[in-house]
Design a protein around this ligand. Structure first.
Ligand code: ITT
Length: 211
C-alpha cells in the first residue's frame, strides 16, 4: 500500500487531515509516526512557499537517508504539507503566514484570540471580514515538481470566543451561513466547508496518478 507522510507537527491539523483523506486506500502517517523529528525553517513569504518548503524538506530528508536507515521504507512515499492561517482584512491580513507565530509560538490561543478581538474593538460587523487560507503542497517521491492546491473559507471575527471544537483561531471565526463559529461546527461540518477540506480534496485529484 502506498504511504503518504504529512509534514506537520500540529495535532489539530493532523486530526482533520486523517478524516478528509479517509477514503483513500493509502497509509497516512504523521512525521512523528514515520520517526522524523526535524526542525523546518518556514521562511517563505506566502502560504505556497512555506507549504513547499515543508514538503520538500521532508522528501529530501527521506531521500538522503541510507539504505539501512529505518526511513528507507518510505523512499516511495508521497510527502504532503499544510501551510495555513487566518487573514483579517481590517488588520491588513494579519496574522497571515505568521498565524502560528503570532504573539509567540508558546502563547495560548485563549490569549491570541482575546488579543485579536481586542484589536477589533469598535469595528463594525461589515469590517470584521476574514478568511482561513490553506495551501497543501505535495512533493513527489523523485525530484519532480511539487504541486500545490489552495482552499479558503470566508467569515468574520466574532465579538467573543465561542465553541470547543477544532483548534487555533476556530473559536473567533464566525461563519454567517452557519450562524456560529468553526469551533461550534461538528468535525464533519467543518471539513465539508473549510479551507483545509477544499485544499485537500483538490490535491487528492492532482496527485491521483502518484498513488
Ligand atoms: P506545522 O507547520 O507543523 O504544520 P503549524 O501550526 O506551525 O504546524 P502553520 O505554520 O501552517 O502550522 O500555522 C497555521 C496556524 O494557523 C495554526 O497554528 C493555527 O493557529 C491557524 N490555523 C490554520 N488552520 C486553522 C483552522 O482550521 N482552525 C483554526 N486555526 C487554524
Amino acid at each position: 500500500m502506498k504511504t503518504i507522510i504529512f509534514a506537520t507537527s500540529n495535532a489539530g491539523k493532523m486530526r482533520e487531515i486523517r478524516q478528509i483523506m479517509a477514503d483513500l486506500p493509502v497509509e497516512i502517517l504523521s512525521m512523528k509516526e514515520a520517526g522524523i523529528d526535524i526542525d523546518i525553517v518556514e521562511d517563505g513569504k506566502t502560504f505556497e512557499e512555506n507549504a513547499c518548503i515543508k514538503a520538500e524538506a521532508i522528501r529530501d530528508y527521506i531521500r538522503s537517508a541510507g539504505e539501512d536507515s529505518p526511513l528507507a521504507v518510505y523512499k516511495d512515499a508521497v510527502v504532503l504539507a499544510d501551510d495555513s492561517g487566518l487573514e483579517i482584512d481590517h488588520l491588513h491580513k494579519e496574522p497571515g503566514v505568521y498565524s502560528a507565530r503570532y504573539m509567540g509560538e508558546d502563547t495560548s490561543y485563549d490569549i491570541k484570540n482575546a488579543n485579536l478581538i481586542q484589536r477589533l474593538e469598535g469595528v463594525s460587523d461589515e469590517e470584521r471580514t476574514a478568511r482561513f487560507v490553506c495551501v497543501i503542497a505535495a512533493a513527489a517521491p523523485g525530484a519532480g515538481e511539487t504541486k500545490t492546491c489552495r482552499g479558503t473559507i470566508e467569515g468574520r471575527i466574532g465579538y467573543k470566543p465561542e465553541g470547543d471544537n477544532g483548534f487555533g483561531y476556530d473559536p473567533i471565526f464566525y461563519v454567517p451561513e452557519f450562524g456560529c463559529t468553526t469551533a461550534q461546527l461538528t468535525p464533519e461540518q467543518k471539513n465539508l466547508v473549510s479551507h483545509r477540506g477544499k485544499a485537500l480534496r483538490g490535491i487528492k485529484k492532482a496527485i491521483c496518478t502518484w498513488l
